[in-house]
Structures are given as C-alpha cells and as structure tokens.
Design a protein around this ligand. Structure first.
Ligand SMILES: [Zn+2]
Length: 246
C-alpha cells in the first residue's frame, strides 16, 4: 500500500512551482510524516513573487520567503528554493539538472510534485522538471557532486489548478497532519484573503472529502507515475535482489 511506503520513508521531497504549492499538494502529509520520523523538504522552484496585486515582485518575494519559512517551521519541514522566475519557470534540461542535484543531495525515497494536467504553465513545467530530474538523478553517467540516486516512488499531488485528467488513485490518511497544516498555511497572506480563491475553505473541504472516502478524518489524494515509467526510471538501479551483492 502506498500509504505504508510513504510513512516508512526516512526522506521525502515535495517539489512545487511556487511557494505555497508544496504546502497544498502535500502539507498535511508532510506534517504527518514528520511525526513518524521522516525528514521532509519542500523545494519551491520559484517563490511565486508575481502574485501580489500591490507589491512589486522583489518585495513580495521577500515576504513569501519569510512566509515559507514560518509555514515550514509549523509543519516541521525544511524549506528551500531554486529562486527561479515566477511565471517564466523554464521547462528545460538545464533546470531539470538543478532539480536532479537536489534529489541526489537529499536522496529521498519519495518525491511528490504537481500533476502535469494544469492550466498553469509553471505547474506543467514543475511536473516535467521533477520527472526529468528523477530520471537524470538515476543516470550514473551524469556527473555531479553527489552520487546517482533513484527514489522509490514518484507521486503527483492534488492541486485545484492541476485538475485536467487528475485521478485520485491513492488516498493517504493525513489526519494527524491537518491541524499543523491549518496553522502553516495561515502564515501566507495568500491564505488570508489576498487571493479571490478561497484556498483554506477549498483544501480543508477537499482533505475532509478525501478522508470520507478513505475512512479517516482527513486524507490527501495522489496519482502515481505509469508502470512503464517506474520500470524505466529504475533501469540504473541494481537488479531486484542483487543490491547486497554489489
Ligand atoms: Zn502555483
């Protein structure tokens, strides 16, 4: 069961296009995993600095950086950013190699990112960059400061902007991470009325809805990568059962 694999992990990496995306894709799950002893990192590819109606991007970037830090502290996760440009997130191999470096450095068993079916170009880019970053991270012929690494599981989280074709294949009990999440997202002005979209209402109801179907108080939904991609991305790992002999 995917839930057991997630909560058995010692390291989880959540990659979001903008600060606040990782928090909604996997915030309650992150808090629940931290309680079980995992080290969880949120990698914000951009800070989402173009999203304020009054502040210039430079000022809003500084604000979101502080908000992300406070939210991470509430969840018990580590927050870091690649500092790329909001609304112009490059969907290319060069940027995927930056993601690869983070994956190799942190060596997560679980990687979580956006579902690719999104109206938002940065979210589509984040999904592509993560999948390509995982692929690059496994290739031993790509030299970097860190050894090649293959995560055990790549999952795509649920985000209101990424609903094109998203199927909630796996429901994960996040009940004991929900309270920390409600405190964490309030650290963002985005969740306190800056946006016309009622984020807190939407995600609180969504996690409860998924919990109704999971049979728990709260749950989060995830889609998995295809079987062929999972098999192919592991090509450079030791053959099953051979790890001990290498
Ligand atoms: Zn976003």
């Amino acid at each position: 069961m995917i839930e057991d694999r997630i909560y058995a992990a010692s390291s989880i990496l959540v990659i979001g296009a903008h600060a606040f995306d990782a928090e909604v894709i996997a915030g309650p799950l992150a808090a629940a995993a931290v309680k079980r002893g995992a080290a969880v990192t949120f990698l914000h590819l951009t800070m989402g600095e173009q999203g304020h109606p009054c502040l210039i991007p430079q000022h809003y970037c500084a604000q979101k950086d502080e908000e992300a830090g406070r939210a991470a502290a509430r969840l018990g996760v580590t927050s870091r950013s690649l500092g790329l440009r909001d609304a112009f997130l490059p969907s290319n191999d060069e940027t995927a190699l930056e993601v690869c470096d983070v994956i190799r450095e942190l060596k997560p068993e679980i990687v979580i990112t956006h579902w690719h079916g999104s109206w938002h170009k940065d979210h589509r880019a984040a999904a592509h960059l993560t999948q390509t970053g995982v692929f690059f991270a496994a290739l031993p012929t790509i030299a970097s400061d860190h050894a090649a690494h293959t995560p055990q599981l790549l999952l795509f989280g649920e985000n209101w902007e990424d609903d094109d074709g998203f199927r909630p294949e796996h429901l994960v009990d996040v009940s004991d991470g929900f309270e920390a999440w409600t405190e964490a997202v309030k650290e963002y002005e985005l969740a306190r009325g800056l946006s016309s979209f009622p984020y807190v209402d939407y995600y609180s109801a969504l996690y409860r809805l998924r919990g109704c179907l999971r049979g728990t108080r709260h749950a989060q939904a995830f889609a998995a990568a295809s079987h062929s991609w999972n098999a192919g991305s592991g090509l450079f790992s030791p053959p099953f059962g051979k790890e001990a002999s290498r």
